[in-house]
Design a protein around this ligand. Structure first.
Ligand SMILES: Nc1ncnc2c1ncn2[C@@H]1O[C@H](COP(=O)(O)OP(=O)(O)OP(=O)(O)O)[C@@H](O)[C@H]1O
Ligand SMILES: [Mg+2]
Length: 426
């Protein structure tokens, strides 16, 4: 078992000296690392082994320092934050709470109190990290650098379907994980299923803020929204960020299609990839998301109502003059002996299905763990079958590094479908 790691963030060395002394008597003895410059903390947290505790000293006690801690907490929610200030910061209580701090120590602090606080912070961090067994197919990229913005506007990928329960949220969360894992770039999921959004539930997140809060800012102009966008996100252990759907379904009505465009534009300024989950409907809100999207995944399941509604959905998009060349079809929860074959469905859609995903028990398991199935069961058929279509979204150099899994399937139809060439959009 590795030693707990404590990061001291402060300009002076006083706190470091005291923590180093106190740490001598703790078992297991923590490694104490220090960072004197706030602008270097992102790189330190991104590289190498994770820290269990961040102890923020008096130089973080102003508004800018607290805002920085908020971003760090949202990016690394499993790391405990302890504040150690000589006087109460001149900030709103809300700003203190939003740092997610477990404890606020008044300096000078007694060794015993400092030791107790550190021990508790280490325990909480260990408990937060413990339950999620992640098996990854390839080395995980470092954490995206905190607060770093993409050089160009990020790309938007939207997942939609005509019928409920087809697996949009499942696809959106897995796509976000895949992109973050294989590119090491910043990825955000925007939950546009405004009434009954379940991205946070699927990832077992407890968002403090939602898209509704982001749109309620006092100076509600585009620049302000873009500047403060990250404050409204919640971070997942895989490095993916989420802008959650409103907590109360009644708030959904107050989000307009132009609001959606503003939110997506703000997300693109901060993230390299923005994955949008949608409700099962062709509303103005969903159409607004399509307009910003480089690719649109339309999901269906292997049953007649879903297949019929997929046809209606695609015809309606054509009538609305939504460009169809960015649309890819995904057939999910495919099972044999359900009275309808993949081949029959394919005949109805000449563009074909870019991915056919089996019904898999690993998906239920992944939901219970709050992890995308591609992270919790990368070797499962359902995970492997998603790889080619998702890899086609990455630039060629990153795509070349991904080992394309041979499809596992008993059906010839499946084999034929999976061997379609995957055009790239990059
Ligand atoms: N391939 C699969 N195998 C097994 N279960 C799956 C699969 N895909 C999705 N599921 C499960 O089916 C249920 C519905 O999936 P999901 O919530 O992703 O659909 P949705 O299209 O987002 O639904 P809604 O329209 O309600 O938003 C979830 O419990 C999910 O875990
Ligand atoms: Mg959903």
């Amino acid at each position: 078992m590795r030693n707990p790691r404590i990061l001291i963030l402060d300009r002076s060395t006083d706190l470091l000296d005291q923590v180093t002394d106190v740490a001598e008597d703790l078992r297991p003895r923590p490694d104490v690392i220090t960072c004197h410059r706030v602008d270097q903390v992102g790189a330190l947290l991104s590289d190498g082994e994770p820290f269990d505790v961040l102890l923020a000293g008096p130089s973080l006690g102003d508004q800018a320092g607290l805002a920085r801690l908020q971003v760090i907490h949202d990016d690394l929610p499993a790391m405990s934050i302890v504040l150690a200030f000589s006087r109460r910061p001149e900030a709103h209580l809300r700003d203190l709470v939003r740092t997610g701090a477990l404890d606020l120590l008044q300096l000078p602090v007694h060794d015993k109190q400092l030791a107790e606080s550190i021990e508790r912070a280490i325990e909480v961090a260990a408990a937060l990290r413990a339950p999620v067994p992640v098996t990854l197919t390839a080395p995980a990229p470092g954490w995206p650098v905190l607060g770093a913005e993409p050089k160009a506007l990020g790309q938007v990928f939207t997942v939609a379907s005509a019928t409920g329960g087809c697996g949009k949220t499942f696809m959106a969360t897995n796509l976000a994980f895949f992109l973050a894992h294989h590119s090491g770039r910043r990825v955000c999921v925007v939950d546009l299923d405004l009434q009954f959004g379940e991205v946070s539930t699927a990832l077992r997140l407890k968002p403090r803020y939602t898209i509704y809060d982001a749109l309620q800012r006092e100076d509600n102009d585009d620049a302000d929204l873009a500047e403060h966008f990250e404050e409204y996100l919640v971070g997942h252990g895989t490095g993916v960020h989420v802008l959650a759907a409103p907590k109360d379904p009644s708030e959904a009505d107050r989000v307009s299609p132009p609001d959606v465009t503003r939110v997506i534009d703000a997300a693109r300024k901060h993230f390299d990839y923005v994955v949008v989950d949608t409700p099962s409907a062709l509303t103005e809100i969903v159409l607004a998301a399509f307009e910003s999207s480089a690719r649109l995944f339309v999901m269906a399941t292997l049953d007649l109502p879903s297949v019929r509604n997929l046809g209606v959905f695609l015809t309606t998009l054509e009538k609305l003059k939504v460009p169809t060349d960015n649309i890819r079809l995904v057939l999910n929860k495919a099972e044999s002996d359900v009275g309808i074959e993949v081949g029959q469905v394919e005949k109805l859609f000449p563009q074909g299905f870019e991915a056919v995903l089996p019904y898999a028990k690993e998906v239920s398991r992944s939901i219970n763990l709050g992890m995308p199935v591609m992270a919790s069961s990368p070797g499962a058929e359902v995970s492997r079958n998603m790889v080619p279509t998702m890899a086609s979204l990455l630039p060629a150099d990153l795509r070349a590094r991904i080992a394309m899994p041979a499809p596992i399937s008993s059906s010839n139809f499946f084999k034929r479908l999976f061997h379609r060439p995957q055009p790239s959009i990059s």
